[in-house]
Design a protein around this ligand. Sequence first.
Ligand code: KG4
Ligand code: ZN
Length: 338
Amino acid sequence: MRILAIESSCDETAAAISEDGRKILSNVVLSQADMHAVFGGVVPEIASRRHVEGVCGVVEQCLKEAELTFDDLDAIGVTYAPGLIGALLVGVNYAKGLSLARGLPLIPVHHMRGHIAANYIAFPELEPPFTCLVVSGGHSLIVRVKSYTEMEIVGGTRDDAAGEAFDKVARVLGEPYPGGLMIDRLAQKGDPKAYKLPRAQVDGAPFDFSFSGLKTAVRNTAHNAAQKGIEIDREGLAASFCAAVADTLVPRAVEAAREFGDTLAVAGGVAANSFLRARLEKEAKKAGLRLFMPPAKLCGDNGAMIACQAYYEYLAGARAGANLNAVATLPISRSYKG
Ligand code: KG4
Ligand code: ZN
């Protein structure tokens, strides 16, 4: 079964074609990051307009790379939640039009479920149940993946998502948007013990965490140094921040995975972070867990992960009609009900 899927939840216009879920025939991502960089973050209206301009070309390119035409497709998948509403609407409307015009079933896909599915593409042997640490620009969750379409949230951030914290710290250190990768690169040259930064705990909720205090501590450290005319050790501060994020996420994810079974996966843009990956590898090994970490290219937003998850949503019966709407906020545990 071949599914063409569209992803437009944030600042990447993406399309991909999957065959029977895990085989990806083509995967095209048009990033808008350069256009948002001058503003220091994603400007929602600009994102929507760029999706409108880009989506047809991205789909054409996707078909071309797979050496297929619309006639070869069996279904259309689309990210319908969560994300920037205007951005999502572009993909949703395009997918609706295509499904109507070609008489193909329309499969709505939750963006964060898509992130988890990046693991299925990278690791053919991985099947639910497992625990997944999902860390992106908008969400940070520990999820029990009970089946391909049944998820339970075990814990998550009480304030900022991990990626949001990375992007804000990047701004403090004068690095351009998107900041996560820049911080990662800076940190590799720094001493993770250079600065003492807080690791927050949430009373009575062992799998929940918080990043706002950490983010504020980094900002205060930089501002205090500037006021005193002391030059900041940027590499050291970036490394100390990465270490604090890893210290916050890894023990919780490992413990949650141990409680649920023997398998831990990671997903989302922040899952590309080298500190996080190194810590996960070390701690998962110590805990005797099987660990799955998709390559960096599949961690960030892409269409392949949506095309893959669309297959499993299709098997579970998810179908949308012409009244499909985009949803800005939706828990990962909520399946599409029509
Ligand atoms: O999953 P994603 O591509 O988009 C969302 O669904 O939000 O995640 C984007 C986030 C951004 O905040 C970006 O700064 C962060 O992932 N990111 C990283 C790295 N690469 C991307 N954060 C830390 N280290 C990285 N190497
Ligand atoms: Zn994402």
